[in-house]
Each structure stands twice: as C-alpha cells, then as structure tokens.
Design a protein around this ligand. Structure first.
Ligand code: GLC
Length: 460
C-alpha cells in the first residue's frame, strides 16, 4: 500500500498520475527549510476540513465582482470615492460568525485587502491611508473580525493581496522601479501589521504576480517572499501560509467550482470556491446559490481526496448575507452536524476514490465509505488489502452483509435509499440522499498510505 513517489514532480505529472481534475495554483515556489513546518503543526488544519471564506470590500458596493475596478478601468478618483460610502449599517461581525458556525466551519479566511488596495483595518502602512479606518466607516473590521472569530472558537485566517492596482509600478515594475518599490513597502508593512496585531492562524495570499503576467512564483524575484514570510512567522512560528506569495507554502490550493476527480492527493491541500455561481467572489445581486446535493458531493469529493473545503460568501455593502445563502450554509452545516464524524479529523483512504461512485475517509479503526451512486457501487468490489473488515453498517447503525470474494469485498446495501431525514432547517428533502455513508469497523487501526514527501514544480 506504500506509495513510492518522487520527491519532486511537475504539475502535469501530478494530473496524469492521479488522473486528477485538480489544478494547483502557484506551483514551484521558492523553498526554504527554515520556513518548513513539521506535519504536526498543520494537523489542526487538516482535521478542521471546513472553512468559510469572505470577500467584502468597496467592490461589494458596486456588485459587479471584486475585479470591477480593473475590468471596467474605473478612474482612480471615482473608485476611491467609494471608500467614503463604505459604512455598513447595523452590522456586527458576529453575524458572519454565526453563519460560519452554522455551516460547520472550523476556520474562516477574510479578505483584509484585495487588489484594489482598500484595507479593512487601521493600516498605517497603507499608501494614502486608503482604509476603512481612515475613511467612511472609521472601523477596524479586521480587528472586529479576529475577535469575533476567536470568540466563536474559529481559527483566524487573513487573505492579503501583495499587489495593488493603484500603483503604476505594478504594471511596469522594471520601468517604474521606484513606484513598484512603494507597493512592496506597503506589502511588507501591512503583512507585519496583520501578523503583529491580529495574530492570524492562516495567512492566505493571492496576487503575487506582476503586471497580470506570469505567476506568483515567477514574480518571487520582486517580492522576496522568503524574507516576507520570515517576518510573518516572527509573530506566530506556527502560522500556516498558502503557496501564493512565491514561497512554496504549507499547503496547495485548488481554486474554483470545477468538479474534483481523480485519486487521493497525498499532500495538504485546500479547495476554495463560492457557495454561489462563482462568477464573482464579491457580492453580486441574485447570484444563484449552488444546489445542496451538489455542494455535499463536492465536499465529499474533496475530503475523500485529502483536501480541505473553503467556501466563500460575499456579503453586501452592509455586511448582510441573503436568506437563501444563509439557509444553504445552514443546510450543509446540518448535514455535518449529523454526519461530521465521517468528515472532521479523518484522513482520505484507505480505498482510492472511484469518480462519481464512492470515496473513503478513515480514523483509527473506522472507515467511512461515502457512496455517491448506490447503483454503480453495487457492481463494485472493495479491493482486498491488509485492512480487515470486522463489521459493516449504515451510518444509522443497521448492519450490512459483507461478502468476501476472491478478488474483493462486496457490500450488500438495502434496496432503495432514504433521504437523510435529519436535514433540518425546515426543509424536507426528497429524492435519493446525495451521500450514503457506510461505516466499516476494522479489526485494528487502519493502515493507509498517508502523506507523501513530494513537492510539485511549476513545470510541465
Ligand atoms: C482569484 C480571483 C480573486 C479571488 C481569488 C480567491 O484569484 O482573481 O479575485 O479573490 O481567486 O481565491
């Protein structure tokens, strides 16, 4: 069962080896032994599995996506005037934390400053004091967020964009080096402010590339991400950092709403996507909310391949989340409150997933089979392995027959499938359950391949 994997492989090799639809961002970042965290320091995050992402800023006033300023080439003065209008009425961060808890999240990641440069805290390092503290609201939203998060028992993640469209030097770092240096200075100052004041558990970069060309990793010459992240770690030696600063980071990122297929990915990774259509991460009126069953299957597909699931909401200018989104988040959370034992603090395996049919998670001597297509599953056999099944049952405890055959193990599921009656949130669900969970009790603790010591280069 031990997988012998090369220590370094290209992103293309990963995809073909695992026949995976996963597309990791920012591969091939700089390496630095001093920044490498031991596996045990990442364990809380691997166990957490579920996070809530929040995109909120001046773009939430416009409702045309967080890229509106750039896409529409809105003049600087016009866009920046929005800062005086960004005054959420009757808003308290607790509202978001309630949603995160309802959703079953164990951590949150909030955009503290997107590419438009507007910082949501009292940032002295902000170029031209373009912040929610110096303008309109006069509030330190990051401080409020970090406090509310901790009070809710969630780990605190901050998203930060090193690049900033306000600087012409961003678009021409070699032609306008002094201006680009100002942007870099702002980045160093702001990362230090965030880490020293709010002590985040996760630092989530996005947008280290330059002039919208190349990648975060090809722009590392400019940002010097090792130096930057050493400063960040100075305030929390166990800070988890994503790979998008140009340094390779503590985990890999797959972004967007595409389906997850292929084998278990034997490294820490996270899928981030929107609970709505994904056309925009920031608020958009009437953005359709994703289907409940589809979301559950997505979560199962991610976790059965070893990933975490970070799901984004885009509050409106007043920080409000629509009733429909809240309800969907709560429904997923209700599912997790019932079946979370098969998700949280598990590892992927020991059986490799079969696309659209099933995947597995395990903890100690229990294996949870997540069956997405009962009919197709009935025609399959679990591969024989050193893990021996002592007992099999549906999640509700009803025992299942286990048929040991020469070439595998067949599990006999009862006819028909019941919709989990415990969906709650006032919603009666119809049709087949999106995920039928079978609990296998093994004769001893599960043996699975676990993580592999591999890194992916950006090549290929
Ligand atoms: C993409 C988008 C950006 C968004 C991010 C979230 O990089 O361009 O706007 O914040 O995804 O992961």
């Amino acid at each position: 069962m031990e997988k012998k994997l090369p220590r370094e492989m290209t992103g293309a090799e990963l995809k073909s080896m695992l026949k995976s639809s996963i597309n990791f961002k920012s591969l091939g970042g700089l390496k630095c032994e001093e920044l490498t965290l031991p596996a045990q320091d990442k364990q809380w995050w691997r166990d957490a599995k579920i996070g809530m992402f929040i995109h909120w800023g001046l773009y939430s006033i416009l409702g045309r996506g967080e890229w509106a300023r750039f896409n529409e080439q809105i003049p600087k003065e016009e866009y920046e005037a929005l800062a005086d209008e960004f005054i959420p009425q009757d808003f308290h961060m607790k509202e978001w934390m309630e949603i995160a808890k309802d959703f079953g999240a164990k951590y949150a990641v909030m955009v503290t400053r997107h590419h438009d440069g507007f910082a949501l805290w009292n940032s002295e390092g902000s170029y031209e004091h373009f912040t929610s503290y110096h303008r309109g609201a006069h509030r330190d939203f990051v401080g409020e967020y970090a406090q509310a998060c901790r009070e809710a028992g969630l780990k605190v993640g901050v998203y930060y964009s090193p690049m900033d469209w306000r600087f012409p030097g961003y678009f021409d770092p070699e032609g306008l080096p002094e201006n680009a240096a100002l942007m870099k200075k702002q980045c160093y100052a702001q990362v230090e402010e965030l880490c020293s004041r709010y002590h985040p558990d996760i630092l989530w970069y996005d947008g280290g590339w330059l002039a919208h060309k190349g990648s975060d990793t090809s722009s590392a010459w400019f940002w010097e991400p090792v130096k930057l992240n050493k400063i960040a770690r100075g305030y929390n030696p166990k800070l988890l950092i994503n790979p998008r600063s140009g340094w390779e980071g503590d985990f890999y990122c797959d972004e967007g709403s595409h389906e997850i297929r292929g084998g278990i990915i034997p490294v820490p990774w996270e899928k981030n996507m929107c609970v709505c259509s994904g056309c925009s991460w920031g608020w958009m009126a009437d953005d359709p909310v994703s289907d409940f069953d589809w979301l559950i299957r997505m979560m199962v597909n991610v976790v059965c391949r070893g990933g975490n699931w970070l799901v984004n909401i885009g509050p409106d200018r007043n920080g409000k989340i629509s009733g429909e989104i809240r309800q969907r988040m709560r429904q997923v959370g209700d599912w997790l409150r019932t079946y979370g034992e098969s998700i949280y603090a598990t590892a992927a395996g020991p059986y490799e997933p079969v696309d659209d049919v099933y995947g597995a998670t395990w903890r100690e001597d229990k294996v949870y089979l997540h069956i997405l297509d009962r009919k197709a599953f009935a025609g399959l056999k679990l591969p024989l392995s050193e893990n021996v099944i002592e007992h099999a049952a549906l999640f509700d405890g009803s025992p299942l027959e286990v048929v040991q055959e020469e070439d595998g193990i067949r599990l006999v599921l009862p006819e028909g499938s019941s919709r989990a009656g415990e969906m709650g949130s006032g919603q009666e669900m119809e049709g087949p359950a999106p995920d039928t969970i079978v609990v296998l009790t093994m004769t001893e603790a599960v043996k699975a391949a676990g993580d592999a010591e591999i890194t992916f280069t950006g090549k290929g």
